[in-house]
Design a protein around this ligand. Structure first.
Ligand code: NAD
Ligand code: DAU
Length: 337
């Protein structure tokens, strides 16, 4: 039996990963540690919350005593660190919590893992650590790290710490750097669910700047299968990029959402740009394709359709998450833009 500590497993990608593992891999027991910040939501786990191979623990990855207790009590042999403050715009509003969770939290997990000879420490990182691309080229695993936002700087720092623990103490680790995810259970502060929610409610769709910024979109299920492949098949100390080959401008994405929902383009409103906005991301996935035979299975068109259908079918989930704190956040981010 694999004994996994999944952190941030009540968030968007973490909960999709927990669902995938529990439904497909009977030989895995998951301890799911999540602080339940605004982005963490037990509803994301549904019936899996009570799955016999799943134990949810409400807590903070910065809490060293708690982490030590979890390692001892549950005989953890693998860590998958999804927990993070994950939204670039919030890191511009207030970077401090990003430093605490993304750097100090990762350090706390590494400290607990290093003496225990665990099977693997998988750090879920991001292509944003590479910074921005011009019109051509893609990020490879050898692209120098050059982060632009407080969020991506904190993720890059965490990656460096993971590598340093491998180099210094022989910790067996992997780092994955994925492009933009979308799919069910994504909090509607991120572009795709925010635009779907606004379009469903006939609200303006706030496009930053000229809308010609490019992201490489990957359906969340495909990210989860890639992480599982890395965990189970990659050699220790290997770093893998993950991406969908789904480069789109933000305007293309938003127009596709409007078309699918039968809403007019007049809902699009160009607003003040994000400070320091990275122009383009594109991920070269040759390494994971060749070495681990991983391929995305869901095209952007199919994935966007599935995602929109999910939000249409889960209006109560959406209503619950946009109440309270979300209203204050939305107002502070968009009211005077
Ligand atoms: P998310 O914001 O939806 O979820 C983050 C989860 O972490 C939440 O459940 C939250 O409660 C939990 N959390 C936050 N601080 C914590 C703490 N101190 N202790 C314990 N739990 C804490 O994020 P996501 O989009 O699911 O991203 C998950 C991971 O994947 C992050 O590390 C992120 O950097 C990375 N990533 C995200 C994307 C993307 O497009 N969303 C792409 C590549 C990589
Ligand atoms: O590349 C991986 C990263 O992708 C992850 O590491 C991050 O956790 C994740 O949040 C995401 O970062 P982005 O900044 O690319 O995602 P976001 O959804 O915030 O924005 C996508 C694009 O849409 C970006 O160019 C900014 C733009 N945008 C976003 C919002 C929220 C808008 O034009 N309007 C908006 O209201």
């Amino acid at each position: 039996m694999r004994r996994l500590l999944v952190t941030g497993g009540a968030g968007f990608i973490g909960s999709n990963f927990v669902r995938m593992v529990l439904s497909q891999h009977r030989d895995a027991f998951i301890v799911n540690l999540d602080k339940l910040t605004y982005a963490g939501n037990l509803e994301n786990l549904g019936e899996y919350l009570k799955h016999p191979n799943h134990k949810f623990i409400h807590g903070d990855i910065c809490d060293g005593a708690l982490i030590k207790k979890i390692f001892d009590e549950y005989k953890v042999d693998t860590v998958l660190n999804f927990a993070a403050e994950s939204h670039v715009d919030r890191s511009i509003l207030g970077p401090k919590v990003f430093i605490e969770t993304n750097i100090t939290g990762t350090l706390t997990l590494l400290e607990a893992a290093r003496n225990r000879n665990i099977h693997r420490f998988v750090q879920i990182s991001t292509d944003e650590v590479y910074g921005s691309l011009g019109a051509d080229g893609k990020f490879t695993e050898d692209t120098p790290v050059n982060p632009s936002s407080p969020y991506s700087a904190s993720k890059a720092a965490a990656d460096h710490l993971v590598k340093a623990f491998g180099h210094t103490w022989g910790l067996k680790y992997n780092i994955t750097r994925c492009s933009n995810n979308y799919g069910p259970y994504q909090f509607p502060e991120k572009m795709i669910p925010l635009m779907i929610n606004n379009a469903m409610n006939n609200k303006e769709l706030p496009i930053y700047g000229d809308g010609l910024y490019v992201r490489d979109w990957l359906y969340v299920y495909d990210h989860c299968t890639a992480i599982w492949k890395v965990l189970t098949e990659a050699a220790a100390s290997e770093l893998y990029n993950i991406g969908g080959g789904g480069e789109k401008t933000n305007l293309e994405v938003v127009e596709a959402i409007l078309q699918r929902l039968g809403k007019p383009k007049s809902l699009i409103k160009h607003v003040t740009d994000r400070p320091g906005h990275d122009r383009r991301y594109a991920t070269d996935t040759t390494k994971i394709t060749k070495k681990l035979n991983w391929h995305p299975t869901v095209s952007f068109e199919e994935g966007l359709g599935k995602t929109i259908d999910w939000y249409l079918e889960n209006k109560q989930w959406l209503a619950n998450v946009v109440s309270g704190e979300y209203q204050r956040y939305y107002h502070s981010m968009y009211a005077d833009r």
